[in-house]
Each structure stands twice: as structure tokens, then as C-alpha cells.
Design a protein around this ligand. Sequence first.
Ligand code: DP6
Length: 376
Amino acid sequence: WVLMATARSPTNIAVIKYWGKRDETLILPVNGSISVTLEPSHLSATTTVAVSPSFDRDRMWLNGKEILLSGGRYQSCLREIRRRAEDVKDEERGICIKREDWEGLHVHIASFNNFPTAAGLASSAAGFACLGNVTLFMCSFCPCKLMNVKEETTELSSIARQGSGSACRSLYGGFVKWAMGNKEDGSDSIAVQLANETHWEDLVILIAVVCSRQKETSSTTGMRESVETSSLLQYRSQVVVPRRLIQMEEAIQKRDFPSFAKLTCADSNQFHSVCLDTSPPIFYMNDTSHRHVQLCFLIYCIYVHGEIRLIIGLVERWNQFEGTPQVAYTYDAGPNAVLIAPNRKVARLLLQRMLFYFPPPSEKELDSYVLGDTSI
Ligand code: DP6
């Protein structure tokens, strides 16, 4: 027999960044962070987990390709879940798994990202860095369903955290804060929802996907090096971020877009400054700035040939011209630019400006990049 469970998880975009761990095993951050969770139908990972007595080892496939499960993180997620597993019964098929049986049973996990594979994202290292955390998160959620783990979302977020730090924020929709916590065992380093999905419905998030296979430093390695060598990171985590978390929470509660945008851009820029302050320096933005870029809107996807710096320049000039921020940008430890507009009207204007600077796609290309709602 084979028992299966499937679940879907959205990705999240940090507006106050997590960068640096104080404990690498438990994945405890040096500062808190805030993110916005995307709609699952737009950018998510769908994962199916199967269990059968005929499986001789745990295995996992990411977008159809098998990956090694030897990494400590997968193992610690699965260990945590097995530890909490309950009895599972499928009466129709006469299957009964006792909680103590889970230790001896192996799982097969298959995870797919719904992001268009044609965007080059799924196959590139950048794509793995960006979406790997979603997959890791799913690894913890899906087996939970299968093994009948009845935990509070908070508990689940702490399992997900041990898969990949930022993944713990995907447990909730809307705006989410990952509190850094102070306890050594990590029990207070959890994700909490600041506002639900309906709180700021007008926001439009646009994602620029870089189509390249450049060599890059993974978040895990990059942040380890920053913790070891960057004095700016110490200042950021101790002085800047605690203040910004309060300001960002307030901006979100009040739906104050200018403050939200200022903080988002400033935090992204400081995060990349920390990367430059790391020895040897990490050039995430440089890596990406001379590449062929595809702008992939959550609502509408489109090809753009250009440089990411042009996108920042465009947004900064626009904001300066209007005297108040119209659009926010933020970049993670990969080449993808995320642009946030306060509403569809501005998102449409942004799109028009982008099209002015970057050539539009051909009809054929467009066909393969339309994702979700195209009404924008
Ligand atoms: C720049 O969560 O991928 O995206 O915990 O080592 O798996 P690990 O790192 P990861 O780091 C994400 C870093 C970031 C900022 C953020 O999402 O907050």
C-alpha cells in the first residue's frame, strides 16, 4: 500500500530582511524580519508526500529531479515530524499506522513550483535559492498532514524554520513577522501574523525574474560569512532593524504606503550593503545587474531585456519626481527584483514605464509567461 498527502505553500517576500544566524543548527536569526506572503495560486510549491512499507529510504524530487536528502536540514525536519506523528487510519483500505511505526517507515517527497519553468527560474541555481525554502517548508508541512501531526501553526512554523529560516513566515498569509526570540532552545523564535490577506488588498507585487545561471553564493553561506566578518551587520541587527521593525509594523497597520516603501527600499539597500561589507564581498546585485532580465509579474508576466540597476534607477527617479514614494523595490540574495505598487493603477503605470525602457515580448513569448490574473 501507499498513503499520500498533498499540500501547497506560497512563497513570501521579506520587506525587512533576515540575514545572519546566531544558531546555525536551530536556525535562529540575529534579527527579526517582516514579510508579505504571496497568493498561493501565483507563486507557490505543491508537494506530495507518500509513505509505503516498500520504500527502503527517504527520497525527494524537486521539479522532477531527484535531490540528495543527506543534508542535515531535511533530516532534522523529518525527525521533528516523526517525533510528533500520531496514529493514522485508512479504514477503507484497512491501513493502520501506529505512531511508533513511523520511525521505521520511509517517505517519498515530490515538490513542484508553479512558477513558469520557461522563465528559467526552476532550473537555475537562482531559482533553487529562491524557491528552495518554499520546498523545504513544504517538506515540513506535508508530512505533518500525512502523519497526522496535530500542531498549532506556531509549532509548525518552528519546524519549517529548521528547514529554512525564511520559510517559517510562509505559514501565514498577509503580513508576517518572524520574531528573533531570545531563548537558547529557539522556542520563542516564531512567526506571527501581523495582518491578514485582506488587510491591504490593493498592494500589487511584481516580480522580476532574471534568466541566468550565474554562480551565486547561497543565503546560508552568505549569511555565515557576513556574521563572521561584517561589522555593518552587527550595527544593523542591534540598532537599525529593531527600530525598523516597529516602524514597518506601524506602516502596515496604517496602510501608509510612502513609509512602507521607504523602509522596504532602505532595508533592501542596507542588506546588500552588508553583503558588500562581508569579506570576501558578496555581489548579489552586481551579479544580476548585467544580465538579461525577464519581468515576471505575479499578475502578468512579460519579458524585459535590461539591467536591474535600471529598474532601481527608474523607481528612484519616479519617486523623486513625485516627491513621495510611488513604488517600492526589494532584492533578496538572488537576482529577482520585487516591485511593490500601492494599487493596480500605479502597477499599470509602472508596467507602461517598464515597457518604455524595455522591449515588449513577442506574442509567442507572452503566451508562455502569462500567470494568473491578466487584467492589469
Ligand atoms: C535574503 O531563509 O534562504 O531572502 O535560513 O539559511 O535557509 P536559510 O536562509 P534563507 O534566507 C533568506 C534570506 C533573504 C531575506 C529574507 O527572506 O528574509
